[in-house]
Write a protein that binds this ligand. Structure first.
Ligand code: XMP
Ligand code: MG
Length: 182
């Protein structure tokens, strides 16, 4: 079985992602010069974007990870979002750049930002590969760095999954309808 055969259309190509990441990395190098940002990748979906974006950055930076998902018995919960992995870095005084795969309603990030704010970082900004602003219900979530604004379609690839599959695809695409019906 070839996962590519289940894709109806490609929304963002591998080349477009690479080009945009180079642009964003330049911007981040400038904005975070001498700040040693903590690149906080939200697992699992942000892994490919974290790698693609930061490989073009040249300033000193550190990585850490956090996992937040819709509530189903995680360790820290707020609203209906559960945080099951917290960063191990001391966040006090750090300049945090949260890396997200997609912002939809904004609920996940709003919870994440609230939890991080309590740990007294110097700053928190958001970089997201994809933004679906038409779906936003949490108005105060405004990503400073956005890869691509996309319409309200369920997408997979470049970290995004359907039932945990398709994350490894090098592009962002829309699944064929029959795949959902299986
Ligand atoms: P909220 O609504 O909290 O959602 O901003 C963010 C999370 O929802 C998932 N999500 C998607 N996952 N394709 C996916 O594979 C999509 O089109 C999509 N839209 C939302 C995703 O896990 C994200 O972190
Ligand atoms: Mg996610």
């Amino acid at each position: 079985m070839n996962l590519n055969d289940n894709i109806k259309k490609i929304l963002v190509t591998q080349e477009q992602i690479e080009k945009r990441c180079i642009e964003l990395a330049k911007e981040l190098d400038k904005d975070y010069c001498d700040k040693k940002p903590l690149i906080l990748s939200l697992l699992k979906g942000s892994m490919p974007f974290t790698v693609e974006l930061t490989k073009y950055m040249t300033i000193p930076l550190e990585y850490d990870y956090m996992r937040a998902s819709s509530y189903h018995g995680g360790t820290v919960s707020c609203g209906n979002v559960a945080v099951s992995i917290m960063p191990s870095t001391n966040l006090q005084g750090r300049n945090i750049l949260i890396i997200e795969d997609i912002i939809d309603t904004g609920t996940t990030l709003s919870t994440v930002v609230k939890i991080l704010e309590e740990l007294h970082p110097a700053s928190i900004e958001i970089a997201t590969l994809l933004d679906k602003p038409s779906r936003r219900i949490v108005a105060d979530i405004k990503p400073k760095y956005v890869g691509f604004v996309i319409p309200d379609e369920f997408v997979v690839g470049f970290g995004l999954d359907y039932d945990e599959l398709y994350r490894q695809l090098p592009y962002v695409g829309v699944l064929k309808e029959e795949v959902y019906k299986k």
